[in-house]
Design a protein around this ligand. Structure first.
Ligand code: GTP
Length: 652
């Protein structure tokens, strides 16, 4: 989300939007059109490049998770004759992981042709994910759009991501078409949800479209609004080529395929092009429009979105946000876009080192398709060489590792996730001189010794929660438990409340969302933004073997097998531990001082130890907190994970 919006409190958001919407030329300045339109594009156009700029519309569908984006995309594809009716549902959710989980994780685009008032229009649609962990996909998509459809479930009403997405579109100066979906549902209450949109965003209820994407009701009206409300792109076809590389996929035969938005000029087969980032030259081998499958074309012109294949062999050559231009021309690069920084980090290692190269290739190719993931080399004494990957959240981590397995056949071992801490070291002559007194650590193994640390800072977020008011008490307790500080609480209508809390990121990335869903029977929704670092005091947990500190528990990659038996978590330690009687203990320290220690039993000769995962960590934390005389502290080791997650991660 843009920097300006980050610093606004929710109340400021309100003030800000009110002011803007009161302007006569507000973004949602609808004017009724009496023009006739035709449902299908009956005459397929041979040459897409001939469609004038005035008849191009680039738009995205944004919404909270499950509000029906992909279903609406299906109907738009059908109604414009791009696909036949009755095909597979959620056609733009192409990945196996998307189909299995029923969520969109990857923005997909499709070029549709639609005949309106006798003219054929080219509509470039981008279907975006709804889950907060994939907000980067929304950011990127919006950078090539002039308008959005803000879709809201008329039963669920406005949710946390509706709010986040609205502001995202708003600060990007995009035209917003508000649409209420699922009006066919028995409990749908479009009037109530319209009032929410009015009270939160000053959207005039008369301007809100009401549809059922599932039953195909009101879709023609959506198409008509796209054409009449969203402006055509501001591009120049007579200028030198400038194309924004905004997404990428890897094709086994054709190398990296770049999804580009042509800002200026045109690009043709055989052209010699250069990427601004690494100044490498390529020949254009293939050009395609996505409908939604590839349709080869000879030329793409300004205003269009298409796929270019130019024999980029290494995935590293395609930089998201890069500008592509004709090799012989001098150009100013396009602005690109600011992407969110990874927040959750985990070690990824091959099962054994013989699989190292395969896993490396898989990670390289997949990060090409998911530019939000950061990659650094990492080494573990137990697992050898691997990587430390950064993700936008836990679901992002899960989806990425699932894709590694499903799409590339890799079987990585994933360590427990952690966040990045900022550490101010005690000053020494050297570190003050060379400025190395501040360090960022996202790997528990690299945490400096406590005696060297002056202050530890942890990443904070501002969380937005939308909930029916009957769950308010439970949600406030949860936020307090997670060391949250309330910023605001406002009513959206008679039943719903919107809350804002400052929370430590580490308390959120792991099981916060799941717990919130559980205590609100699934009705509360959550979204968050990074707000920087804040000082923290913490309990550090470590494991002791025969009295010697072996490892932080979070770095429990020394475990080869883990399974649950009843409430117990049973894991088998790696053979770095001698096959003899061992004493295992967990120790909690605060600022380097041992506050609590507890033996774990039983163990067997085969070094199988039994740990009550969640219980022991909670108990240790409590003991350490009491000993330190503090009420709320956090643990540096990630063993406060819900047991299932912990085990899931270990199993991989
Ligand atoms: N009754 C009803 N159900 C709908 C309608 N539109 C979508 N759904 C259902 O709502 C669920 C979610 O729809 P999707 O289209 O996958 O939602 P989405 O917003 O793309 O979800 P994410 O990609 O996960 O963010 C599916 O079960 C759809 O069948 C509608 O108009 N009426």
């Amino acid at each position: 989300m843009g920097a300006s919006i980050k610093i606004l409190t929710f109340l400021n958001h309100m003030k800000y939007t009110r002011n803007c919407y009161n302007k006569p030329n507000s973004l949602i300045g609808f004017h009724s059109s009496k023009r006739k339109y035709c449902i299908h594009s009956e005459e397929p156009i041979e040459n897409f490049a001939e469609i004038p700029i005035e008849r191009i519309r680039n738009f995205s569908i944004i919404a909270h998770v499950d509000h029906g984006k992909s279903t609406l995309a299906d109907r738009l594809l059908e109604l414009t004759g791009t696909i036949k009716g009755g095909q597979q549902n959620q056609i733009l959710d192409k990945l196996q992981v998307e189909r299995e989980r029923g969520i969109t994780v990857k923005a997909q685009s499709a070029s549709l042709l639609y005949k309106y008032n006798g003219d054929i229009y080219l509509l470039n649609l981008i279907d975006t994910p709804g889950h907060v962990d994939f907000s980067n996909e929304v950011h990127r998509s919006l950078s090539v759009c002039q308008g959005v459809i803000l879709l809201v479930d008329s039963n669920d009403g406005v949710q946390a991501q509706t709010v986040a997405n609205f502001y995202l579109a708003f600060v990007n100066d995009l035209v917003i078409i508000p649409v209420l979906n699922k009006i066919d549902l028995k409990n749908a209450d479009p009037e109530r949800v319209s009032k929410q949109l009015k009270s939160l965003f000053e959207i005039n209820p008369d301007e809100i479209l009401k549809i059922s994407a599932k039953l195909g009701i009101g879709i023609d009206n959506v198409l008509q609004n796209i054409i009449t409300k969203i402006p055509s792109p501001k591009v120049d076809r007579s200028s030198k080529l400038r194309a924004l590389l905004f997404d990428c996929t890897y094709d086994r035969y054709r190398g990296a395929l770049s999804l580009i938005y042509i800002q200026d000029g045109c690009i043709s087969l055989g052209d010699s092009i250069t990427t601004f980032h690494n100044k490498k030259d390529y020949e254009v081998r293939t050009l395609s429009l996505l409908r939604p499958d590839e349709v080869r074309v000879k030329k793409l012109v300004a205003g269009q979105i298409g796929l270019v294949g130019c024999n980029m062999r290494s995935p590293k050559e395609a930089h998201i946000g890069d500008t592509i231009y004709h090799s012989t021309c001098l150009i100013e690069p396009l602005e690109g876009f600011k992407l969110s920084q990874p927040m959750v980090f985990a070690g990824v290692y091959p099962m054994d080192q013989s699989q190292h190269i395969n896993l490396r290739n898989a990670i390289e190719k997949l990060t090409l398709n998911d530019s939000a993931v950061s990659v650094e080399l990492d080494t573990s004494p137990a697992l050898g060489q691997g990587w430390r990957l950064g993700f936008l959240g836990l679901l992002h981590l899960e989806v990425f590792t699932q894709r590694l397995t499903q799409e590339y056949g890799a079987e990585p071992i994933i360590t427990a996730p952690s966040v990045t801490y900022k550490i101010k070291l005690k000053p020494t002559k050297q570190n003050v001189k060379d400025g190395s007194d501040v360090m960022y650590v996202n790997n528990p193994a690299n945490f400096p010794e406590q005696m060297k640390i002056e202050q530890t800072f942890e990443p904070m977020i501002i969380g937005t929660i939308v909930t029916p008011d009957k769950y308010l008490g439970a949600i406030m307790s949860l936020c307090m438990e997670r060391r949250g500080v309330q910023r605001s609480a406002n009513n959206i209508d008679n039943e719903r409340v919107i809350l804002q809390y400052d929370l430590p990121l580490c308390e959120v990335v792991l099981d916060f969302h799941d717990t919130l869903k559980t205590i609100s029977s699934g009705y509360a929704s959550f979204d968050y933004e990074n707000t920087g670092y804040q000082e923290s005091s913490m309990v550090k947990l470590a494991i002791l073997l025969n009295g010697t500190l072996v490892d932080e528990l979070s770095n429990i990659v020394h475990v080869t097998k883990a399974k649950t038996i009843g409430k117990q978590m049973v894991f088998k330690l790696k053979d770095i531990i001698p096959r003899q009687m061992v004493h295992i203990a967990v120790q909690a320290t605060v600022n380097g001082k041992v506050m609590a220690r507890e033996n774990i039993k039983p163990y067997r000769k085969d070094v199988t130890a039994k740990l009550y995962g969640g219980d022991i960590t909670r108990r240790m934390k409590l003991l350490a907190q009491q000993a330190a005389g503090k009420k709320k502290m956090r643990m540096v080791a990630n063993i406060s994970l819900p047991r299932e997650t912990f085990i899931d991660v270990l199993k991989k």
